[in-house]
Write a protein of this length. Structure first.
Length: 231
């Protein structure tokens, strides 16, 4: 039984969504002078949109908001504020997905107040319309039922965090020893996706390196709950 609705996104889907986003901007007869990627999720889409629109100016602004995969943590804020003069320029602010909308709202406010562009529009591949506090000017998918998009650029991070969540939940039922195969089995059952052996091995290595798992025999790993810290 799937516990967290998750969509495994392919690189090809990302390219197609960005092509469609660029088309929407073009059909609007609006041409940005500069693209601003909301880091980190907006990096790849912003770069692809630059390619599809033949735009050569791209900068980014890092917003911190989401913690571990599919869990909201702290308040959104600009991580590294810096100064730019964008007076007279038209800006396209790009993120991968607009969920709560907080990241884009903070980025938009910061850019408008500090970089003072002539115009700013927002583009995102996905817009979770029932929960988002802001509607992007351009989007490809209007997501009506909340789902976690497992984008290719967060695959290692998400797999590690999903493993950690499984370990933590199952520890509450008294299960603290695992084989990698068992963990992978739970992962597939909980998230309904298969990210492949390379990512499972990488996630296992990260959990061993962090001390959250320790080796307790041949292909047996023990969960060290006390090592869990929120990121
Ligand atoms: P937001 O809640 O709109 O501020 O989202 C902040 C960032 O978290 C997004 O730009 C994504 O990188 C990530 N994120 C939020 N919700 C999701 C989701 N449902 N699926 C995948 N990534 C997400």
């Amino acid at each position: 039984m799937v516990k967290v609705k998750t969509k495994l996104v392919s690189w090809d889907e990302v390219v197609e969504w960005c092509r469609l986003l660029a088309l929407k901007v073009e059909e609007d007869s609006w041409r940005p002078d500069l693209v601003v990627a909301v880091a980190r999720g907006g990096y790849v889409p912003a770069r692809l949109i630059c390619d599809f629109l033949d735009i050569h100016d791209l900068v980014s602004l890092q917003i911190l908001h989401w913690g571990k995969a599919a869990e909201i943590t702290a308040e959104a804020h600009v991580k590294y504020p810096y100064t730019l003069n964008l007076s007279g320029k038209k800006i396209l602010l790009v993120d991968d997905i607009i969920d709560t909308g907080d990241s884009v709202i903070i980025a938009k406010k910061f850019i408008t107040e500090n970089w003072k562009p002539a115009e700013l529009k927002v583009a995102a591949m996905q817009w979770i319309s029932p929960v988002a506090k802001i509607k992007p000017d351009y989007f490809v998918e209007d997501v009506k039922d909340w789902i976690w998009y497992q984008y290719p650029w967060t695959r290692a991070e998400d797999t590690t965090n999903f493993f950690e969540k499984i370990l933590d939940e199952k520890a509450k039922e008294g299960k603290n020893e695992w084989s990698l195969e068992e963990l992978i089995g739970e992962f597939k059952a909980w998230y309904g996706i298969d990210v492949g052996e390379k990512y499972y091995s990488l996630a296992l290595k990260r959990l061993l390196d962090s001390g959250l798992l320790t080796e307790a025999g041949e292909n047996i790993y023990r969960y060290m709950k006390e090592k869990r810290v929120s990121k």
